[in-house]
Design a protein around this ligand. Structure first.
Ligand SMILES: Nc1ncnc2c1ncn2[C@@H]1O[C@H](COP(=O)(O)OP(=O)(O)OP(=O)(O)O)[C@@H](O)[C@H]1O
Length: 154
């Protein structure tokens, strides 16, 4: 049996991190997020296929600059996205924007707050008409720069 799959974008094996960032659609997602839409970027694939590399960058840079650092050609989608968020906010002369970060893991259907792993409060996925889907009781950090966001991941 033959099946046909459609993809919006396919990258060559040798595609650089910057080509992936510029063309995978995440910039559009960031733009939409700033307009108030809920957006998700996730990596899916078999083990060793390059999810972590694509999202953060190579391990060497991770050790040198935190989670892939803001500098470096090999940095992945996450640090590039952090920088892009603040570039867009600056280019709009954005007043009244505040950037908040939470960082959590869902593993075996259990939620762990990575900014407060020993939290005594339960974390549940909820939905409200004003916030959409969210996880309650997470530690929230206000970030004034891409460096602040990188610090959240460190
Ligand atoms: N585009 C790339 N260029 C160079 N090296 C890469 C690239 N993608 C992945 N690698 C290397 O391949 C190896 C596996 O990549 P990675 O750890 O990102 O896979 P993964 O999908 O996150 O794996 P797992 O599911 O096991 O966590 C790593 O050594 C990584 O540095």
């Amino acid at each position: 049996m033959q099946r046909v799959f459609n993809f919006d974008v396919v990258f060559e094996e040798a595609a650089s991190q910057s080509e992936v960032f510029d063309n995978c659609g995440v910039k559009d997602l960031i733009q939409l997020a700033l307009e108030g839409y809920n957006c998700t970027c996730f990596a899916y694939g078999q083990t060793n296929s390059g999810k972590t590399y694509t999202m953060t960058g190579p391990p060497d840079e991770t050790q040198q600059h935190g989670v892939s650092g803001l500098a470096g050609q090999s940095r992945g989608l996450v640090p590039r996205s952090f920088a892009h968020i603040f570039d867009l906010l600056r280019s709009r002369g954005a007043q009244g924007f505040k950037v908040y970060a939470t960082y959590f893991e869902i593993y075996n259907e259990q939620i762990t707050d990575l900014l407060n792993p020993r939290s005594i409060y339960p974390h549940t996925i909820r939905w409200s008409s004003t916030s959409g889907f969210y996880v309650d009781n997470l530690f929230v950090i206000e970030c004034d720069s891409a460096d602040d966001l990188m610090g959240v991941l460190a």
